[in-house]
Write a protein that binds this ligand. Structure first.
Ligand SMILES: Cc1cc2nc3c(=O)[nH]c(=O)nc-3n(C[C@H](O)[C@H](O)[C@H](O)COP(=O)(O)O)c2cc1C
Length: 206
């Protein structure tokens, strides 16, 4: 039993090292680079296969999340992961019950039918906390992608969550913490093309 646990832990550490470790290897621009390829190939995924995301992988993804840079290492974030289908249903039902002003399909649809829901809350008393949360989310989404797990950042469910006493109770965030962003995750059932980016937003000051 111990050796199986050891193997699983070993796998997780190895996977974390590959996906977010501090390898000494550097490559020049133009050379093949796994990190750049991972960043450039990630797209928001809004259609998911039925395959559940393994807990070991989710744990590694969350470890990558909390290893994001953050102001004075205060780690001013709280993260909740809902991967159990019954719990996802319970959560969505609570949201629909408490958001009667909205169409139930709009509430449920805001999560894009993702099988794994991640809800991130920020410390409202700390000005850099929203930035910390954004960086945490990007680490989560990029490490997820390195495992072939698709994701989408979701702002639209946040108001529904805040409006729902039942959902807020389930999430149990600490005092002064408020939901700021969600992430839907799961194995992809689509491969969307990249949306255009505007490189003119970046200027070198020579
Ligand atoms: C703060 C934030 C909020 C977002 N909210 C939503 C959302 O509510 N629903 C959704 O489908 N996508 C949402 N997205 C995903 C963006 O639409 C997506 O990242 C953008 O169009 C670029 O596409 P790409 O991620 O495939 O490169 C959000 C992204 C961010 C960063």
């Amino acid at each position: 039993m111990k050796s199986i646990k050891g193997m699983i832990l070993g796998f997780c550490f190895a996977a974390m090292f590959v996906s977010c470790g501090n390898s000494q290897a550097k490559s020049s621009a133009g050379e093949s680079n796994a990190v750049v390829e991972n960043i450039m190939s990630r797209r928001s995924i809004r259609k998911y296969s039925a395959k559940p995301v393994e807990r070991e992988i989710l744990n590694s993804i969350m470890e990558c999340g909390i290893n994001a840079p953050n102001a004075i290492n205060r780690q001013a974030w709280e993260v909740r992961v809902i991967d159990n289908p019954d719990m996802v249903n319970k959560f969505l039902t609570a949201l629909k019950q408490d958001n009667t002003q909205a169409q139930p399909t709009a509430v449920e649809g805001s999560f894009r039918s993702a099988p794994v829901l991640v809800i991130v809350a920020n410390d409202t008393t700390f000005r850099f906390s929203p930035i910390d949360c954004g960086l945490l989310c990007e680490n989560i989404m990029l490490s997820a992608w390195s495992y072939g797990v698709g994701s989408v950042c979701l702002g639209s469910p946040v108001d529904f969550i805040e409006n729902s006493p039942q959902a807020m109770q389930m999430l149990g965030f600490s005092e002064n913490y408020k939901p700021i962003i969600c992430i839907g995750m799961g194995y992809p059932d689509e491969s969307p093309a990249a949306k255009p980016r505007d490189m003119s937003k970046v200027k070198f000051i020579d």
